[in-house]
Design a protein around this ligand. Structure first.
Ligand SMILES: Nc1ncnc2c1ncn2[C@@H]1O[C@H](COP(=O)(O)OP(=O)(O)O)[C@@H](O)[C@H]1O
Ligand SMILES: [Mg+2]
Length: 289
């Protein structure tokens, strides 16, 4: 597995040297392999969005280094290359929709990529399908008339259409109703099934994404207080209780079975999948009890 993101001793200060100076990140070290999904958590103001902006070169490290797909993000001349590799979905992206129809909105970024119009069209249609929308019934609609949840999916389609190697989503679940949240999880899950694409999901609610994540990073006031794989988090009772984190019951069962030597798939995303896995284990253990 090759390292696709390498964050080394990263610190970031807003407005350095002024009365408003604000240290948003302190000495952060994170690395991610291609195909992994990182859940980035932390309360308000902990530095999550700052880290997202550092990943696609919107801002540069004050000290330390961020390397993405082998590109040092501080090198301004490589900014365009970086922009093609890292798709960043801002928090509340539905507020930044400005084209008059859905097609042009999804096609907006693609039009900077030197593609033929037929390639643009096929990518727009494919991206709309990936976010669960039916292209033919959507492309001519005016985004302003659609619900916030649908507008968010359109904004995400616009980024997915660029087929970024790395996708960073800042609070994708925020403000959505349970159905909207489930649709969003399905989009993330579908992306994760493609093992070559790397994804970072930012959230202030760990439970949202825990079952999908390979690695977890937790920020507190600009400091990285936990970084590791999901099962490791279970051993950190201090962090679990401090952040009032609770694993979904089915994951607790899967990890507990594994810890007792009963090989259990912990890549389960819901109760239904957990039930199927339990049935599989029980049938394979027949006669052993
Ligand atoms: N543009 C900015 N100028 C000055 N300070 C900022 C700016 N954006 C964020 N900050 C500060 O940096 C810290 C981290 O903010 P942010 O990365 O937005 O946190 P989060 O996304 O976790 O809520 C906060 O203290 C915030 O006030
Ligand atoms: Mg934020």
């Amino acid at each position: 597995m090759s390292k696709i993101i390498d964050i080394k001793d990263l610190s970031y200060i807003y407005l350095p040297g002024t009365a408003y100076q604000q240290q948003a990140l302190n000495n952060i070290n994170i690395s991610l392999n291609q195909g992994e999904l990182l859940g980035l958590f932390g309360g308000n103001g902990s530095g999550k969005s700052t880290l997202a902006k550092l990943l696609n070169g919107l801002i540069y490290p004050t000290t330390g280094r961020v390397t993405v797909c082998g590109i040092d993000t501080s090198i301004k001349a490589l900014r365009n290359d970086l922009w093609k590799k890292v798709g960043l979905v801002f928090q509340y992206p539905e507020q930044q929709i400005f084209e008059s129809n859905v097609y042009d909105e999804v096609a907006y970024g693609l039009r900077n990529l030197d593609l033929s119009e037929s390639e643009v069209k096929s990518r727009v249609y494919e991206a709309l399908k990936r976010v669960g929308l039916i292209p033919n019934s959507m492309v001519n609609l005016s985004p302003v008339k659609l619900s916030g949840g649908v507008r968010r999916r359109i904004a995400i389609a616009g980024i997915l259409a660029l087929e970024p190697e790395i996708l960073v989503m800042d609070e994708p679940m925020a403000g959505l109703d349970p159905l909207g949240q489930k649709l969003m999880l399905d989009i993330i899950k579908a992306r994760q099934e493609n093992k070559t694409q790397t994804t970072i999901i930012i959230s202030h609610n760990l439970k949202d994404i825990l079952a999908l994540a390979d690695k977890i990073a937790i920020l507190e006031k600009g400091y990285l207080v936990f970084y590791g794989e999901v099962p490791e988090l279970l051993n950190h009772i201090d962090i679990l209780s401090k952040f009032r984190l609770e694993l979904p019951d089915y994951l607790q069962v899967a990890y507990a079975l594994n810890a007792r030597g009963i090989k259990t798939n912990s890549e389960i995303n819901n109760l239904h999948e957990a039930g199927l896995e339990l049935i599989r284990i029980i049938s394979s253990q027949k006669g052993k009890f």
